[in-house]
Design a protein around this ligand. Structure first.
Ligand SMILES: Nc1ncnc2c1ncn2[C@@H]1O[C@H](COP(=O)(O)OP(=O)(O)OP(=O)(O)O)[C@@H](O)[C@H]1O
Ligand SMILES: [Mg+2]
Length: 718
């Protein structure tokens, strides 16, 4: 329920006494957030920054770090600037604050220029109403925004700069973000504004790096215990399971209607698992860097909409790692998304020997790559391998899992602390038995060799930041930094193998061979005959489309009632909107399509302006013809296009190959009505035809440096 804001109090006035001050702060906490008292070191952090002191605050995931800057924003007139690496997090926090009647906004490319202008107007006014402004690190780096901040500060209105997820500044951390480096300019431009750095990453080297990089001056360093008593830790051994997909499916089903996150190393696993779970009646969606920004935001929207909470939803009951994470830090951070409401929750890790080998390969590739590029990175690469070994020990060791987590962060605790809230403490004999079986299974496994050699050497997620879950949609201020987990689609397979197995000297033909192998492998995985027998669980049925239309009609009618008269034809408008969803995400499958419909319904249900809807669907009159024409692209061609794009092109700026390959590689929407698109050649066909063309045109120049160079450039092997 929305409350009227408590009048802002200037606590630095007559309430000088610490006790009174504390009482006033607790009052703010109770009034705005409904919490009875501060947790852990929150109060100390708040008092430090309110007194103008820098502060480094290390608290576990879900420990309540946000409160350390949200309360100061309410305790003084002026603005608190919050820097966050993840737009979804910003959106989510701003939404939650607004619901509580607190004036908060975020600036990012996802907003309309109208919204942005409004925020800027407020900032430029003598008395901004904003209390918290969330921005991306990229925006801080722009001179325009920095000079705006300087002006606000000049008017005495910039109270605090909070750097959330501050470990992103350190290349020693598991989520290093180059854009965070730019934050070092904050201190030089705004020397006397206190800075609060917040993180849940406990590695001492990272802490030092954060303090040094942000140039914190004699900061108050606050550290809390990392124990998450409400999380039950468990490991399952893939090599001992008949079918880990089925196992996860059962786990999720038996957990009931709860919210869960499943982390996978690779996009393909993410997609496969997601469609497997959907096919088994579990509502889920894949979310990874292979999706475009809109799609990702759409999935996130859906996630948010189910309980009006975001990626950091408090009620996540289970976090599952379907592949072993690369470090204890990453594991802690991700598993820590469970149970932020302090209620009993579960962390489940599926450990498999193949996964272990694959991660070892990734990390050792990173090591050799970094050794080549810079000797100074040597220590970093070695560190990543020893970090991973801790993770392996977590899975393969028999002792208390909680103790292992805490010890990896330098906390010495007794296993009694666990109170049987991990599988190793609760079922020690069973775990001992599993580990014994695992040893036997592995011996057999090794004797037989690993089945998926190509797979295990496939992932090119060599840069540490590529495995990060943090991401920004492209920000107006600069290019985007799409840093979420990367994977091994066919192109990546070939790319990584060509990088790892062959030196730069290897010939183009070897690389082409590899690409062809990768392609074969990709298509084998998606073998049509295998697919043909199976009904496509992710297909969008006519029935689903019809029910989506009905949902949209309902939302339009509600908007009509709420806004006092919409001058639109409900049926035609809903058909238009549904078509739009289908056009955008029809090819991507049911979950994305449903998500887009949900997003549109939400948009209709929340808009406060009738003109917004009429303008949007007003397009119908002029574009209905186009819609009819654009509907239902030829399925085979569009699927093929999608696969090609994913497999071979895979990244941005691929126009060159695309346009040379075939005219049919145009997006199907742009094909004129009735035009049957010619078949798209496979990548092998394309490469072979190019090879023979080039051989014909200049036989003597076969494998000449020029051709190799061009081919290399086109295929972006390097
Ligand atoms: N003093 C408090 N009493 C009770 N609940 C609190 C208190 N402070 C924060 N919380 C709640 O704890 C939850 C986690 O808070 P928050 O998101 O700030 O954690 P965090 O430390 O930033 O975690 P993360 O590292 O995941 O970002 C929120 O639901 C918040 O409302
Ligand atoms: Mg946080």
């Amino acid at each position: 329920m929305k409350k009227s804001p408590l009048p802002v109090q200037n606590l630095s006035g007559e309430e000088k006494h610490r006790k009174c001050r504390k009482e006033a702060l607790v009052k703010l906490l109770r009034w705005h957030f409904g919490h009875p008292d501060f947790r852990g070191k929150q109060l100390e952090a708040i008092e430090a920054v309110l007194s103008g002191r820098d502060c480094f605050c290390l608290m576990p995931t879900g420990g309540g770090k946000s409160m350390c800057y949200q309360i100061p924003a309410l305790a003084k007139t002026g603005i608190v600037l919050v820097i966050s690496p993840l737009i979804a997090l910003m959106e989510n926090q701003v939404m939650a604050l607004k619901e509580k009647g607190i004036a908060a906004e975020f600036l990012s490319s996802t907003q309309t220029s109208q919204v942005k202008n409004k925020i800027h107007e407020d900032l430029d006014s003598g008395q901004p109403s904003l209390r918290l402004l969330y921005v991306t690190p990229e925006l801080i780096a722009t001179s325009g925004f920095m000079s705006k901040l300087t002006k606000i500060h000049g008017r005495g209105l910039l109270n605090l700069i909070a750097v959330d997820e501050a470990h992103c500044i350190s290349s020693w951390g598991h989520d290093f973000r180059p854009s965070y480096r730019k934050l070092s300019s904050l201190r030089s431009h705004l020397p006397d504004v206190p800075i609060l750095a917040l993180t849940a990453t406990a590695v001492p080297k990272v802490q030092k790096d954060v303090i040094d990089s942000l140039n914190l001056q004699s900061p108050l360093v606050l550290k809390s215990s990392f124990n998450r008593p409400n999380i039950y830790y468990e490991v399952r051994y893939k090599d001992l399971l008949d079918d880990s997909y089925a196992d996860l499916c059962n786990v999720l089903k038996s957990a009931g209607d709860v919210c869960a996150i499943v982390y996978c190393l690779e996009r393909t696993t993410c997609d496969d698992l997601s469609s497997h779970l959907s096919g088994n009646g579990i509502s889920c969606a894949a979310y990874h860097a292979g999706l475009n920004n809109k799609l990702r935001s759409c999935v996130l929207d859906d996630w948010i909409s189910s309980k009006i909470q975001g990626i950091d939803r408090k009620d996540v009951r289970m976090v599952c790692h379907f592949n072993i994470p690369k470090s204890m830090e990453a594991f802690y951070q991700e598993s820590g998304r469970a149970g932020r409401d302090q209620l009993p929750s579960r962390s489940l890790l599926y450990y498999g020997m193949d996964d272990r080998k694959r991660m070892e390969f990734i990390l050792s590739s990173a090591e050799s790559k970094k050794l080549q590029s810079s000797n100074s990175q040597q220590g970093l690469s070695k560190k990543s391998m020893s970090d991973f070994n801790l993770m392996v020990e977590y899975c393969e060791g028999s002792g208390c899992r909680r103790k292992k987590i805490l010890e990896s962060f330098g906390e010495q605790v007794s296993a009694l602390l666990c109170k049987k809230s991990c599988d190793a403490c609760k079922h020690p004999n069973l775990i001992a038995k599993y580990l014994e079986e695992l040893t036997t299974a592995c011996t057999v496994h090794q004797r037989n060799g690993f089945s998926r050699i190509l797979m295990s050497s496939s992932t090119d997620a060599i840069d540490t930041e590529q495995l990060s879950e943090f991401w920004n949609r492209d920000d107006a201020a600069s290019g985007s930094e799409e840093d979420i987990s990367d994977s091994d689609d066919g192109f990546e397979v070939a790319k990584s193998i060509s990088r790892s197995k062959f030196s730069k000297k290897s010939g183009i033909s070897e690389k082409i061979e590899l690409l062809q192998r990768a392609e074969e492998n990709y298509y084998q995985k998606k073998a049509p005959d295998k697919q043909a027998n199976k009904p496509d669980k992710n297909a969008i049925s006519e029935m689903l489309r019809e029910s989506s239309k009905q949902r949209l009609v309902g939302a339009l009618k509600q908007a009509h009632q709420r806004l006092g008269g919409l001058k639109v034809d409900f049926e035609a408008s809903s058909t238009f909107l549904e078509n739009e969803c289908f056009q955008k995400y029809g090819k991507s499958g049911k979950s994305f399509y449903c998500s887009q419909v949900a997003s549109t319904v939400r948009c209709l249900s929340t808009t406060t302006c009738a003109a917004e809807i009429t303008n949007r669907v007003g397009v119908i009159a002029t574009s209905s013809e186009n819609i009819a024409r654009k509907e239902e692209p030829p399925l085979a061609a569009s699927t093929m296009f999608h696969q090609r794009e994913e497999t071979i092109i895979g990244e941005e700026n691929c126009g060159k190959i695309e346009s040379e390959t075939s005219v049919s590689a145009q997006p199907p929407q742009s094909a004129s009505p009735g035009t049957k698109l010619p078949p798209i050649p496979s990548f092998s066909q394309f490469v072979n035809s190019r090879k023979s063309n080039e051989t014909q045109t200049n036989a003597s120049e076969e494998h000449s440096p020029k051709i190799e160079k061009n081919m290399k450039k086109r295929m972006r092997l390097q």
